[in-house]
Structures are given as C-alpha cells and as structure tokens.
Ligand binder design. Sequence first.
Ligand code: HEM
Length: 230
Amino acid sequence: MNLLGSLFTSSIGRKFLMAFTGLVLFGFVTGHLIGNLQIFLPPEKINHYGHFLESLGSALWLIRAFLLVCTVVHVWAAISLTLENRAARPDRYGVDKTNRATLASRVMAQTGIVVLAFIIYHLLHFTIRAQHPEWSQHTYQLHDGTMVRDVFKMVVQGFSSVPVSVFYIIAVGLLSYHLSHGISSMFQTFGLKNESWSRGLDGFAKAYSWAYFLLNALIPIAVLSGYVHL
Ligand code: HEM
C-alpha cells in the first residue's frame, strides 16, 4: 500500500494525522487569540486587522478550507481510533484502568464535542451574524480614511449579553482542558516525549492551557465589567 493510503488506514498513520491536524488547529487558536487581544487596544487596531484579513480575498478562503479539512480529519481520526481501541480492548477482566489515565485524557471526546458545538455557534454569532445582521452594517473609518467593518463594536455588543459571555467562558475552559491533554499527546506522537523531556513538555502543556483560558476569558469579562466599552 502506498504511504498516503497507510496514513489513513494504519492506526499509527491516523494518530499522526490527528497530531498534525491538532498542531494546525493549535496554531490557529493561538493566532486567533493574539489577534483578538487587540480588543484591549484602540478600536483602530482590531478593525484594521479585520480589514487586512478580509483583504486577503481568495487566500483567506483557502486558509478557511484548509482549517475545515483539518477539523474534519481530526474528528474522523479521533472517532475511528476510539472505536478501534474499544473493539480491541473489551473490558474482559473487569479491571478499572481509568485511575491511571488523567481526567483530561478520559474526557477528550466530550470536551471535543462541546468545542465543535461552540465553533458552530461562534461562526453563526460573529462570522455569519445570523442573529444580528445589523452588525454587518457597522462601519469604522480608519486613520487613512478607509471605511471598514467595525469588528470592535460587534465584539463589544456580542459580549454585552451575560449568557453569551458565560457560554464563551465555559467553552474556552473546555477547549483549554482539551488542549492540556492534546498538546502532551501530540508531543508523544511526534516522538518528542523522552524521559528527560516528558515533565517539561507536560508542564508546558499545562501552563499554555491555563494562559490560553485566562486570556480568552479576559475578553468577555473586560466587556461585561465595562473595562472595554464603546
Ligand atoms: C473570546 C474569545 C473570542 C473572540 C473575541 C473571537 C472573535 C472572533 C471574531 C471577531 C471573528 C471574525 C468574525 C468576522 O468575520 O468578522 C471570529 C472568527 C472565528 N473564530 Fe473566534 N473568537 C474567540 C474565540 C474563538 C475560539 C476559542 C475559537 C476556536 C475554537 C474560535 C474560532 C473562530 C473561527 C473558526 C472563526 C472563523 C474564521 C474565518 O473563517 O474567518 N474563536 N472570532
């Protein structure tokens, strides 16, 4: 069988695909967070950034398509490996092995499903603006006179709702928990987790996940508390 075929059929190939697509999605969420933190700067910054992304045109659509493919492959590889593991290891001996695995690793499927539901909600909320079509009409004039979409105003109005903000905070909390195990697992698949590095890499995964959660949660909290306002 050729290399590409075995990437999809062998379990090591699918583990690699899961780690690789996980790495791409990890890169996206990190970049997206850095972009979003511009909400703490004057509105010009995040609106200029939004305009820059929109100006990428077809390149932006290529990136979106690549991210979508990575998400589908990540979910497919996770489901197929889980089903295969279950079929290969029926709990015949009645031994509870769960206490050896961390809670984060045992609830990867559950946290993954909530993150997926969150992404669908988030796209409807801020990208498609299904509930608030008027957000597409908010415009902002940059210092150079260019009229662009007012992303700053949209985010502030979006997080002014308490239930929406609470849902975002819970969702990024679960995403961070998913990442805390996912990052360690990715290092393992890429063969980077030898004995001397293992503790350091697990420490990095934990520290990253906490920082990711706190910085993301800070955005709706800053809006709700009135620190970031129109
Ligand atoms: C407080 C946290 C977040 C804020 C303020 C935020 C804000 C935004 C904004 C303003 C957009 C662009 C909407 C537009 O087209 O104008 C967007 C798009 C998007 N966000 Fe977020 N986001 C947050 C968290 C997340 C998280 C945690 C994820 C991933 C799990 C995520 C995934 C996406 C995706 C996939 C898009 C669509 C990108 C595209 O196709 O252009 N976001 N977000």
